[in-house]
Design a protein around this ligand. Structure first.
Ligand SMILES: Cc1ncc(COP(=O)(O)O)c(C=O)c1O
Length: 427
């Protein structure tokens, strides 16, 4: 029944619900719970002492400006630091190309606000980052979903969807959330060429690019797009908008992300950000700058890589040890997640409930598929065979124990399903 309040809500809020993951996070606060659910960094690696020193320095030396309103574009020294950092990955942005946002999540919202009219299509990967769908849904996005495989987005399937005229493509090339897969170099080239050919821009979301545990860094789409267009003049034009964040390299509680785009796009996004929050917290930006400067960020990222590589390896090994042979999973070269595929016919919700009873949590795969208004599920049914497992947040011993418990839940459902499937033949 609709209350007086719900009847007053704007049409764009129709169908907007709370993220399954944020709801799940509440359930996993229970003591004894081992959670592979959220995308949470390991709290043990937060550089708290460096933050403490930075806060003290900012307040004693620059207190007045750090506590004052600031520029919407962001704190200039932090924008410079970001531009210098990403230059090492070949992204030669000027300060004018960088807009600081309140996390990458705000960047996704601003991009939705800038580009999506109700009913516009957005091309997304199947599966894709749930938070992006939530951000775009508010603007009435429709979706064209293109499947991924172990080498990322299936670029061989792109031409037809691109001809249907999506507003932009939303792509996660590195250690994808949720699947942990990485877009191969060949497909990266193909993708930027297709973007140019069809005039469809790319939103490249890259929160995990620096967290690579094996293999060589692959060039970002924003870099390959420059090469493809034969432009080396800063980001005056181009087909790619690049997003990243300090959430996974410093701390997510900072809520600090950034957008790299041509200046005309940055200027429009800045106007929209003014309306949203005037600017990202000045104090937080000053502190993040003090924390990250003088090479600390690089040094810290090395520590994170070491800790997460070990956790990934422990999870991969535990899966090998405890999971039945009918189950497969991805081998992520970096990032925070891996993607497990179960045989068809299992009831994932029942497995989820059984896992929670055993004090272990994960996110069921169907949350990560965009649904269309025409009722097409874009692979969500296929998603019900998958679970996303996060390996960054739990300590190695917990990972081992959590996977053992999860395997027990999966095995008992597998056995029950096999019996159920066999019954009609045997009776
Ligand atoms: C792919 C992707 N994009 C964006 C975000 C949002 O990050 P932030 O904390 O910077 O808002 C996340 C967070 O997990 C993510 O996985």
């Amino acid at each position: 029944m609709s209350t007086a309040w719900t009847a007053r809500y704007a049409l764009r809020t129709k169908g907007i619900t709370s993220s399954a993951i944020r709801e799940l996070l509440k359930a996993t606060q229970k003591p004894g719970m081992i959670s592979f659910g959220g995308g949470l960094p390991a709290p043990e690696v937060f550089p708290t002492q460096r933050f403490e020193e930075a806060c003290h320095k900012v307040l004693t030396q620059q207190g007045a400006s750090a506590l004052q309103y600031g520029e919407t574009e962001g704190y200039r020294p932090l924008r410079e630091l970001i531009a210098n950092n990403i230059a090492r990955y070949g992204i030669k942005a000027k300060v004018e190309n960088v807009l600081i946002t309140s996390g990458s999540q705000q960047a996704l919202d601003l991009i939705g606000k800038l580009f999506i009219n109700a009913g516009d299509r957005v091309l997304v990967e199947a599966p894709t980052y749930l938070g992006a769908l939530q951000a775009f849904n508010v603007y009435g996005a429709e979706y064209v979903s293109v499947p991924i495989d172990e080498n990322g987005l299936r670029t061989d399937l792109l031409e037809k969807p691109l001809r249907s005229g999506p507003k932009f493509m939303y792509v996660l090339p590195n250690f994808q959330n949720p699947a942990g897969t990485t877009l191969s170099e060949g497909r990266r080239h193909e993708l930027v060429m297709l973007s140019e050919k069809y005039g469809i821009p790319i939103v490249e979301d890259d929160p995990y690019g620096q967290l690579r545990y094996e293999g060589e860094h692959l060039p970002s789409l924003v870099v390959l797009d420059r090469e493809n267009l034969r432009r080396d003049d800063g980001y005056s034009i181009g087909n790619v908008i690049y997003l990243s964040t300090f959430s996974k390299t410093l701390a997510p509680g900072l809520r600090l992300g950034w957008i790299v785009a041509p200046p005309e796009v940055i200027s429009k996004l800045t106007q929209l950000k003014q309306g949203a929050d005037l600017h990202t917290s000045t104090f937080t930006q000053f502190v993040a700058y003090e924390v990250a400067r003088d090479g600390f960020l690089d040094q810290h990222v090395k520590l994170i890589r070491k800790v997460y590589r070990e956790r990934r390896d422990v999870m991969l090994q535990a899966l090998e040890e405890f999971f039945p042979s009918e189950v497969t999973w991805t081998h992520p070269q970096g990032g925070l997640f891996l993607w497990v595929t179960l045989p068809e016919g299992l009831d994932m919700q029942a497995i989820f409930r059984a896992a929670l009873e055993q004090n272990v949590a994960f996110v069921a795969g169907d949350s990560f598929y965009a649904r269309s208004n025409d009722g097409h599920d874009n692979g969500a049914r296929e998603g019900s065979r998958h679970m996303r497992l996060n390996f960054s947040n739990a300590a190695p011993e917990q990972i081992q124990e959590g996977i053992r418990r999860l395997a027990a839940a999966v095995k008992s459902h597998l056995a029950a399903t096999t019996i159920r499937l066999k019954l009609p033949l045997e009776v």
